[in-house]
Write a protein that binds this ligand. Structure first.
Ligand SMILES: *Cc1c(COP(=O)(O)O)cnc(C)c1O
Length: 465
């Protein structure tokens, strides 16, 4: 055994061999050195356990391909691309929305070059970063003014901090929601310094509940989209126009956290009506906040639109500076919003909209193409099946609503690999392939897997098998 230990190559020798290869030459040397030390530790462990017992096993010709595979696997950045075959379009854990091609180009330009981020090309003087999207947002939503911050959680916090600090905000008990990632309305409200005035019961709230709660300390009425849950059965809500009517009598604003914030009407595509931002503004909401990267299909951002008299003080709030968006977000948001000027263009070009509105027929054809490719590439080692299934919008939009799709199911035809094991293995390959198990098949939903990714999915499955 000690003879074998002496045959191990030195770190420096391995390092030299690795950096001599183009694919590893660009890696930071300290990182490469750590990985090589780890590789040599594994070899020592193999010698100790008897897995390596012959001197030939330690010859460079035997080690080289092993080392290369090890480095290939371990030197990848931690944060990386995955293949989303889950059928959940706005998948919170997988990066929510994908940007439109135009938005990706705008981001590249914004981060690789100088820009007029806060510079007016008309005057040659200082400009404001929000000017790039304010007009567009007003045009698309019908609002008088707008502002964009880091995300919708920040938007709600900033809105309440500015307009209701130290005063009461009336909210229905049925709307005191918790969104994933610990955003809870009562807690955000406490942080902002506003005082929560709950009204109604969990399932029912009436106009007179709001009326009775209004007093000298009231700063406004807040409506919260119940994004990720539904109350069904015996329930009643007060509509936005009804809330506006009550608020106007008392000269108070109605504030609305619209959550996902549609700018697009999905009813022609078979989905239920969801209030759009335009409708909330038209119905008289004074301030509306919503996310940029949920159903809107843009970058992570919190968009605040509404009446100028309320938006101006929000802009002046010093907290705004701490929550501001960066130039890449701004570039992506402007490019995305421009597409909405033509809703059909937005539907075609914005991946989130395209995936949500994909027709059953289109998905069946995509599934057919994917299944044929898998059969051809993976051969007789697996069963490939197609069957009806359900995708989800995700991101808290349209909870409980199944979007009909055609799933492509894959099952290994062998005893030493179960479908569950296959699912785990697929996470270890690059790019990892993420799907779900249904009817004892590993299922790929073509709704969220782009045609251009079919080849990669087949390769990853082949490697896992
Ligand atoms: C998603 C959501 C939020 C949080 O938005 P982020 O953009 O994730 O910060 C707040 N309120 C509602 C109702 C939501 O659905």
């Amino acid at each position: 055994m000690s003879k074998l230990f002496r045959l191990l190559p030195s770190v420096d020798m391995v390092l030299q061999r690795a950096t001599g290869q183009e694919r590893f030459a660009h890696l930071p040397r300290p990182l490469l050195k750590d990985l090589i030390n780890l590789f040599l530790d594994h070899l020592r462990e193999d010698i100790r356990s008897g897995r390596i017992s012959k001197p030939e096993d330690l010859q460079w010709s035997a080690l080289e391909s092993c080392l290369n595979a090890f480095l290939q696997r371990t030197s990848r950045p931690h944060f990386r691309r995955v293949l989303n075959a889950t059928g959940v379009v706005v998948h919170t854990n997988l990066g929510r929305s994908l940007l439109a091609r135009q938005a990706v180009e705008a981001v590249k330009d914004a981060c690789a070059h100088y820009s007029n981020l806060e510079f007016s090309l008309a005057t040659g003087l200082r400009g404001t970063r929000y000017s790039h999207v304010e007009e567009l947002l007003c045009r698309l939503t019908g609002a008088e003014a707008s502002l964009v911050v880091n995300n919708n959680a920040a938007a709600v916090l900033l809105m309440l901090d500015t307009l209701a600090k130290g005063r009461e905000v009336v909210v229905s008990r049925g709307q005191l929601v918790e969104i994933g990632g610990s955003f809870r309305i009562p807690e955000v409200m406490a942080k902002s310094g506003a005082v929560l005035r709950e009204v109604g019961a969990t399932n029912r709230v009436h106009i007179h509940d709001y009326e009775r709660a209004i007093g000298p300390d009231t700063a406004g009425l807040l409506k919260v989209h119940t994004s990720n849950f539904r109350i069904i059965g015996f329930h009643k809500e007060v509509s936005l126009p009804e809330m506006v009517a009550i608020a106007e009598k008392h000269r108070l604003p109605v504030l609305e956290d619209l959550g996902s914030g549609n700018l697009f009407d999905f009813t022609p595509y078979g989905l239920e009506h969801e209030p759009t931002v335009q409708e909330a503004i038209a119905a008289g909401a004074a301030v509306v906040t919503f996310s940029g990267d949920k159903v809107l299909g843009g970058p992570q951002a919190g968009i605040i639109v509404g009446r100028k008299s309320f938006i101006d003080p929000i802009k002046q709030n010093p907290m705004n500076r701490a929550l501001r968006i960066d130039k890449m977000t701004l570039a992506a948001l402007e490019a995305t919003l421009r597409l909405y000027l033509d809703p059909e263009l937005a539907r075609r070009e914005i991946p989130t909209l395209r995936m949500i509105t994909a027709s059953s027929e289109e998905l069946r054809r995509k599934a057919g193409r994917l299944a044929r490719l898998l059969r051809r590439k993976l051969g007789s080692g697996i069963d490939v099946a197609q069957f009806p299934g359900a995708s989800r919008v995700g991101g808290g939009a349209y909870p409980e609503r199944d979007l009909p799709t055609t799933l492509v199911g894959v099952r290994p035809r062998r005893d030493d690999l179960t479908v569950d094991e296959l699912k785990v293995r697929l996470l270890q390959i690059d790019p990892p392939l993420i799907g779900r198990i249904e009817q004892d098949y590993f299922c790929l939903d073509p709704r969220t897997l782009d045609d251009a990714e079919h080849g990669a999915a087949a390769r990853v499955l082949g490697q896992a098998l």
